[in-house]
Design a protein. Structure first.
Length: 252
């Protein structure tokens, strides 16, 4: 985080502000905007009135947009998507365990390694149980088609899975992922397993998840709340209001 801290220190000095040593000292007195939707967070009791949980700050595909199935799957067998994000896509051993778990259940599996694997290793995953292996996939379309997703717990993937009401089996690896996984389990939107789990343990967890109708209903309810959060459009409105001709504190 040192390069990040240097940028903050430079601009604090440029703007004549006091020195900042922690991210909590960078919170705005006008408006605080969070990409973590309330439907994914732990209960909060002392949030400032100018805090806004708006969801992902990026372009999203609407529910009314027509999307074709991303993969030519057999409708008679469950279809699962697996992605470990752009920073962890090189973990061949973990993908191999996921593929073997899906083979135990006769589940169709699409793996997106985000360019982390050389072609030979990517192809080798099919021998262990993967049905499809690619570098990048249309995540939104794939999640809509899948009955479950196996993920590292990156916030983008988790929020996308909420938006498409796709049950999640989370294997956190690093960074914010254990915290995201804990929140997901708190809300009953999926299950968490250790990344060190063997294929048998992973298969049992996935089998339970695929049969969990209550989880799917909670995800459907969470998807509605996520859409209501407002996303990038609401965030832009908050910023414009806070930084307008007469800057003001923007309350929820």
């Amino acid at each position: 985080m040192r390069p990040h801290a240097r940028v903050i220190a430079h601009h604090a000095s440029t703007f004549g502000l006091s020195h900042r040593t922690g991210l909590h000292e960078c919170l705005s007195p006008l408006a605080q905007i969070s990409q973590t939707p309330a439907t994914l967070d732990f209960p909060r009791y002392r949030l400032p009135t100018n805090f806004h949980a708006v969801g992902p700050l990026r372009r999203t595909k609407g529910d009314t947009e027509t999307t074709r199935d991303a993969w030519p799957t057999d409708p008679g067998r469950p279809f699962v998507f697996a992605s470990l994000g752009t920073l962890q896509g090189h973990r061949y051993g973990l993908f191999k365990t996921i593929a073997r778990a899906c083979r135990r259940l006769d589940v169709q599996l699409a793996i997106a390694h985000c360019g982390g694997l050389p072609p030979a290793r990517a192809e080798a995953l099919k021998a262990h149980g993967a049905t499809f292996v690619t570098d990048f996939a249309d995540q939104h379309a794939t999640l809509r088609q899948a009955q479950a997703v196996i993920t590292h717990g990156g916030l983008n993937t988790v929020v996308d899975a909420i938006a498409t009401s796709t049950p999640m089996l989370v294997m956190p690896i690093a960074f914010d992922q254990p915290g995201v996984a804990a929140r997901l389990v708190w809300h009953g939107l999926g299950q968490r397993v250790s990344r060190r789990s063997g294929s048998a343990r992973l298969a049992r967890a996935l089998e339970t998840l695929l049969a969990d109708d209550a989880c799917r209903q909670r995800l459907a309810d969470a998807a509605i709340l996520l859409r209501q959060a407002g996303g990038a459009e609401r965030a832009a409105d908050i910023v414009e209001l806070a930084l307008g001709p007469a800057p003001m504190k923007v309350a929820s």
